[in-house]
Write a protein that binds this ligand. Structure first.
Ligand code: ASP
Length: 321
């Protein structure tokens, strides 16, 4: 494959009976839009870095995903957004946490990577950097949606178990390989419903929720972030490939299982240096999609809904064993 692009829109308990056909179509169309934006860049010889940023921006702008517009609320009914991007070619990365006014946090992460000698900014300083570097600002109201407000109200009423679990998650991410053999990864999230203000998950932590290393792998994770941080999930996949001789599928499988063993839930997308993709999910569904040189875009939602490529991968890695 000359180029390849995989995306996710979050993992969760996603069951067919809870999903209306209309809602399913909205998710699939949202994924296809993001794939198409990235595909246009990669198929013309553009960089994987541009492709993952553009795909994630598209998902951030779509209110059905928990990133940018449509992000979940904190315990104080505010919005705090986290994002990270990594360029496998240069091994440079940029990350932001708890930003409140930037329309597209993934582009702020990229601006930090390219326009400062720092990697990770949080809170007010990140918001100030965003304004100073001309990133589009919005009023907090822009991020609000009825769906997330309803989730928040139920959470407030301590009825978390009554939430529609298929819509709790929704972190977005992309991994890509370009025609020059460069890998990149990007992830963006509103975090978890009712999170304590100031809480930062795995998404913006390089090596936990996001990483890209040329010649090895690009990874983007979603799920209960604290567990992905404790397992250094994204980096662990790279290290298993580099030092343990594992392929992308067995490395992704082992890492998602390790997260499950300590009590974490979620999924991840991982792409190797040839553009081969592993979609690893621990007992859940994950909004996901894949497009590559010579292969039409495909989307998938449920755990048993396998993406096909010449009769093997890409698939939920749990099914491999
Ligand atoms: N991993 C994200 C976090 O912990 C949430 C998610 O992926 O749904 O902030």
């Amino acid at each position: 494959m000359k180029w390849s692009l995989a995306i996710h829109g979050g993992a969760g308990i996603i069951e067919r009976e809870d999903m209306s056909p209309k809602r399913e179509t909205e998710y699939r169309n949202g994924l296809l839009d993001a794939l198409s934006v990235g595909e246009k860049i990669l198929s013309k010889g553009g960089t994987s870095l541009n492709a993952v940023e553009a795909s994630v921006r598209t998902l951030e702008d779509n209110p059905i995903f928990n990133a940018g517009r449509g992000a979940v609320f904190t315990e104080k009914k505010t919005i705090e957004l986290d994002a990270a991007i990594m360029d496998g070619k240069t091994a440079k990365a940029g990350a932001v946490a708890t930003v409140t006014r930037t329309k597209n946090p993934i582009s702020l992460a990229r601006a930090i990577m390219e326009q400062s000698n720092r990697l990770f900014l949080a809170g007010e300083g990140a918001d100030d950097f965003s304004i100073a570097h001309g990133l589009e600002q919005v009023q907090p109201h822009y991020f609000h949606t009825e769906l997330r407000l309803a989730q928040y109200e139920k959470w407030r009423a301590k009825q978390i178990d009554k939430l529609n679990k298929s819509h709790i998650m929704g972190t977005v991410g992309a991994v890509a390989l370009d025609c020059d053999g460069n890998l990149a990864a990007a992830t963006s999230t509103g975090g978890t419903t009712g999170k304590i203000c100031g809480r930062i998950g795995d998404t913006p932590i390089i090596g936990a929720g996001t990483t890209a290393i040329n010649g090895i792998a690009a990874v983007s994770c979603t799920g209960t972030g604290e567990y992905f941080i404790r397992e250094s999930a994204a980096r662990q996949i790279c290290d298993r490939i580099k030092w343990n001789g594992q392929n992308i599928h067995s490395a992704a499988y082992d890492v998602i299982m390790a997260i499950g063993e300590i009590g974490g839930d979620g999924g991840l997308i991982a792409m190797d240096a040839n553009g081969d993709v592993a979609f690893a999910i621990n007992d859940m569904g994950m909004y996901r999609g894949w497009v590559a040189d010579g292969r039409a875009a495909q989307t998938s939602i449920y755990p048993d809904d396998v993406l096909k490529s010449e009769g093997r991968e890409a698939r939920t890695t749990k099914e491999m064993h």
